[in-house]
Each structure stands twice: as C-alpha cells, then as structure tokens.
Design a protein around this ligand. Structure first.
Ligand SMILES: NC(=O)c1ccc[n+]([C@@H]2O[C@H](COP(=O)([O-])OP(=O)(O)OC[C@H]3O[C@@H](n4cnc5c(N)ncnc54)[C@H](O)[C@@H]3O)[C@@H](O)[C@H]2O)c1
Length: 321
C-alpha cells in the first residue's frame, strides 16, 4: 500500500472507515473516500482526517453519479468498493437497491478499467448463500438458496467482476463477510443493528428483545478483522476470486444476547418477539480456510473482547445523537 493512491467507496461507513484507518497504517499516500453520507458519518473518519489531513479526502457524492465516479477514480492505484444499502432497505426499496448496488457497482468497475486500476477489492456477503446446505460453508457453495434482493445484487456484482476480468483483465478480489459487528456500527439510522437496540435496552434496565426463538446461529466477525482482510486481499498475489470472511464459529442469538449482557455488566432474562421477515436465515457457519491459506488472514478478536470494545465505543458516542 506504500505510496499508493486509494479510493474507498462507502468509506464513511462502518467497515469502510476501518479500511481507511488501516490504509493509513499501511502507508498509503492518499485515501479518497467517496460516500453520500446516506448512512455513513463524517465522525467515522474524523480520527483519520485529523491524523493525516493531507492524505485523507472526503468526496461527498453518490456512486450513481458517473462523471463524479470517473473523476474520483482517475489516477487511483486500487479501489476498495464498500458502498451499498442494507439488506432491509434493499427489500423495502428494490429499485433504489438496483441503482446503487448494481448500476453503482458497474460505474465503479467501468471507471476502474478506464483508470487502469491495479485491483478492486469488493464487499460481498454471506447472503449470497441464503440458508446453506453444507456447514461449514465453503466459497464453492451455490447461490440458489438466496431469496433476497440484496444477496442477488451482490451475487451479480461478483459475476460482473469476473466478466470484467475476462473482458478487460481487471484484477479483483471479492470478500463475502458474514455477520459484522464492532465500533461505528450505525447507532442512529432507521435500519439500526440488533446489537445497538439490545445495548439501548440493557442500558435502560430492560431485557434484550430477541426476534424468533433465539436458536438461529450467526458467524460473527469483528469489523477490524474485516478491514484487515481487505488490506491483505489487496496485497496478496491473488485475483479473480472470492473469500469467506468470518470467525468460523457459530453463535446463537441467545448466546449473543447473554454475551452482550455480560459485556455490559448486566444479567437477567431475555425477552422474545416475532421473527423478522427479511433474511431470517437460521444458520450460518463459514469455512475460512481459503482466506487463511491464500490471504494469510484469520480473525484475531474474540467475541468477548469485541463486545466489550463495542459497548465502550457505544457508551462514548450515544450522547451525541
Ligand atoms: N455489516 C454487515 O453485516 C455486512 C455483511 C456482509 C457484507 N457487508 C457489505 O460490506 C459493505 C460495507 O458495509 P457496512 O456494514 O460498512 O455498511 P455501512 O452502511 O456502514 O456503509 C456503507 C456506506 O456506503 C454509503 N453509501 C450508500 N449508498 C451510497 C451511494 N449511493 N453512494 C455513495 N455512498 C453510498 C453509506 O453512506 C455508508 O457510509 C457493504 O457493501 C455491505 O453490503 C456488510
């Protein structure tokens, strides 16, 4: 990354802002964030802007804006593409999702070809698997069990990247993140994560509200570990491929809620409510051996340490809304 000029789409978001921090750590010469701030926040990159004002630039704009995307990517050595809408918003507004996740991604890829970008690192998702048929799930698992518009868009993005590698030799790596958590999760918006809602309830002396029977499992991975996977994917001698990024550990919602209570110094009963309708996948468990072998990546932050850090961060920012 040393002396490289990097563009990070969605760089003011949860994961993108950690990618920005780690790009600075890795010695990047210039990091240009393009983000429309529809969900991301300038606060997320405030530290980076303060730490290296000459290196970090925020372009407040939309990846649907083709001239702006081309201008921003011109001269870039690498592009980290993270801008996207949440799965719930994709279900509520599929046409907007089509424009942002599909057309927007096309704009990024096309501009990257024109700018002779060395590599695009794209954010994909475990949602492409839907409810998997095999556990642990490898990257070779088929995508036909996905029934979400979000997962369909991401699967198409992976296909678009493959086709541009074949047509224009654009190098890329796509990373399928499983369940992401950590500091800078959206604590403010309409599509706020379940962990944030639980922290609010626990802090107010209420039990966390678990949707469904709580036995559904997820494969949680800390946002800083995900950011590190992005940097390694750019550095490793790999292209035209996709990796699962997860902890390879199943955690039930009940265990997650209890772990959060413990991290907040609370205890007591949980409360249960109706299952949510979008993406109610009952089990996730990734095989991450390809990322370990080919990227030299594995998760380093335990669930307990990650939850304690999340709580500390949330307590420090929650008064600012
Ligand atoms: N958080 C997860 O659990 C998870 C899991 C799998 C994959 N992902 C993927 O990882 C990437 C980053 O996710 P995140 O959790 O950091 O989400 P996030 O919402 O925090 O970040 C996305 C960023 O994109 C920006 N954005 C949205 N639409 C835009 C547009 N039209 N133009 C410019 N910027 C736009 C938002 O303002 C936000 O800052 C996304 O591609 C997401 O699909 C996330």
């Amino acid at each position: 990354m040393t002396d490289r000029r990097i563009v990070v789409t969605g760089g003011a978001g949860t994961i993108g802002s950690h990618v920005v921090d780690q790009l600075l750590d890795a010695g990047a010469a210039k990091v240009v964030v393009i983000d429309d701030l529809s969900r991301g926040r300038v606060e997320n990159i405030a530290e980076a802007l303060e730490r290296a004002p000459e290196k970090v630039e925020l372009v407040e704009g939309d990846i649907r804006d083709i001239p702006l995307v081309k201008k921003t990517i011109a001269g870039a050595d690498a592009v980290f593409h993270l801008a996207a809408l949440r799965i719930t918003r994709c279900a509520a507004e599929p046409r907007v999702a089509l424009e942002v996740l599909v057309d927007g991604t096309f704009n990024i890829i096309e501009a990257s070809v024109e700018a002779n970008v060395e590599k695009v690192i794209a954010s994909s998702t475990a949602s492409v698997y839907g409810l998997a048929e095999e556990f642990p799930t490898t990257e070779r698992h088929h995508p036909y069990n996905n029934d979400t518009f979000y997962g369909a868009s991401k699967a198409f993005n992976e296909g678009m990247l493959r086709s541009f590698k074949a047509m224009h030799d654009l190098d890329y790596v796509a990373l399928r993140y499983f369940n992401v958590y950590g500091p800078r999760m959206d604590a403010h918006g309409k599509y706020t994560e379940v962990l944030i809602r639980w922290m609010e309830r626990i802090e107010a002396g209420q039990p966390p509200l678990v949707l469904g029977d709580g036995k559904a499992t997820m494969d949680f991975v800390h946002v800083k570990d995900i950011a590190r996977a992005n940097i390694l994917a750019a550095q490793a001698d790999v292209t035209d491929t996709v990796y699962n990024i997860a902890s390879a550990t199943e955690t039930s919602l009940i265990d997650l809620a209890r772990g959060l209570q413990e991290a907040m110094g609370a205890s007591g009963e949980l409360e249960f409510g109706p299952e949510r309708s979008v993406n109610a996948v009952p089990r996730r468990l990734a095989d991450i051996s390809a990322a370990e072998r080919e990227l030299g990546w594995k998760p380093t932050i335990t669930m307990h340490d990650g939850l304690v850090e999340l709580v500390q961060w949330w307590r420090s920012v929650k008064g600012n809304v």
